[in-house]
Design a protein around this ligand. Sequence first.
Ligand code: HEM
Length: 486
Amino acid sequence: MPKILTTESGAPVADNQNSASAGEYGPLLIQDQHLLEKLARFNRERIPERVVHARGSGAYGYFEVTDEVSRYTRAAFLAEVGKRTEVFLRFSTVAGNLGSNDAVRDPRGFAVKFYTEQGNYDLVGNNTPVFFIKDPLKFPDFIHSQKRDPYTGVQEADNVWDFWAHSPASTHQITWLFGDRGIPASYRHMNGYGSHTYQWVNEDGEAHWVKYHFKTNQGIRSLDARQAAEAVGDDADSHQRDLHQAIGRGVFPSWTLYVQLMPVAEAADYRFNPFDVTKVWPHADHPLVKVGRLVLNRNPENVFAEVEQAAFSPNNFVPGIGPSPDKMLQGRLFAYADAQRYRLGVNHTQLPVNAPRATEAANYGRDGLGALNPAGRDRNYEPNSHGGPVQSDAALAAPVGLSGRTGTHATPAHVKDDDFFQAGELYRLMSEAERGRLIDNLAGSLAQVSRDDVVERNLAHFHAADEEYGARLAAAVAELRSADEA
Ligand code: HEM
């Protein structure tokens, strides 16, 4: 026997095919609770999409420690080889809306939630080791320039490149984005990076600066511009379909996690600013140290409940892991939970995908829209004389020494710092064929810009990165622009 259909308050529904009317031909009755409830609920199905990274795909799995790293961090989930922790990972594109295409040139989000016994640890990274800008104050401007123009309603190369013309530090990430890895073939065939520098601290209080690298075990596969256009035409949801079907078939994607570690004392005199997210740390200086394996093996049961309502915040740390002074990261420590209070409400941390799984939240936060108030009748103030939760007295991370004066400061430059050298190094690492595709991709976009001064400003950045890079790009752009005029 099938279950009887009910209203939301549990009363049986007599007819789910015909609304109640005043006679066969008469108007509908306001007493038809089922009709009113069904239409009203339908009107409220959508919530605000994420302001960035709106389009994404998620899956559950586990992280297993394969190598000893407890001498660097006291995080319990990394304490011993063989230890497994449940994870949820959401992949995403950045600029597109919820209903946009998967196979586009855009960075990909790589956001991991580790459900550890000391609380949830969120590592909210991308598939690129660097980012476009250095200061969170510029993030809204940057995103505005990459999304739809307020007047034309479409993405404008003029805006995209105008922002970059004024943001020389983005040259490195632009080189990355327009290169071969700029359009992954699927979410399974790309790496993930924490991108920022974070802090690890061990039982003795000894701290290291750390960068995370998740290397795909499926191998890197990318699409060129033509293949991507075909993929978009064939299937707007190609990445979602690929991930869901692979996991459904039992072909579980995995990544190997490595970290780079820098002793805290090394940072001050490092030749470039190690907290600048537009730069990578060369492996020759800080080799990769293997940590473990991340495996995705379970699809969510319900995309809206578990993927759309998933909330990751770079500020969700656990003991043994903390932030660095990277200004971008510092801005992100605020932005995410704030976005989620708007998008999902103040009680989003109680939703099953976001709530801790290997421990329980125990605090005095109460009430608000949609509160479950799991603490029930317990006292809602602290301190109290009734055995309520108390502070641990153990700082999560190590204190960071400070000097200087308050004020607005440019990101500090170390002796060898400039905005271009790593873009040049990345260009010179590429094969001739890769360089050719990079130049074609860049020229195809830059040549669409209407103003010569904006084109020239951008070309100067590529010249500064590498003379050949700049010269080839300038020639390719000039050729396309003269062909357009002809
Ligand atoms: C100051 C710079 C940044 C700001 C202010 C910012 C802000 C945001 C906001 C507001 C969201 C939507 C959150 C939500 O509604 O749940 C978001 C999503 C995201 N951001 Fe950022 N972001 C910044 C830089 C970055 C960087 C550098 C990375 C990668 C290294 C990154 C990776 C992501 C990812 C992966 C998501 C999607 C998370 C998910 O799957 O739910 N963001 N960002």
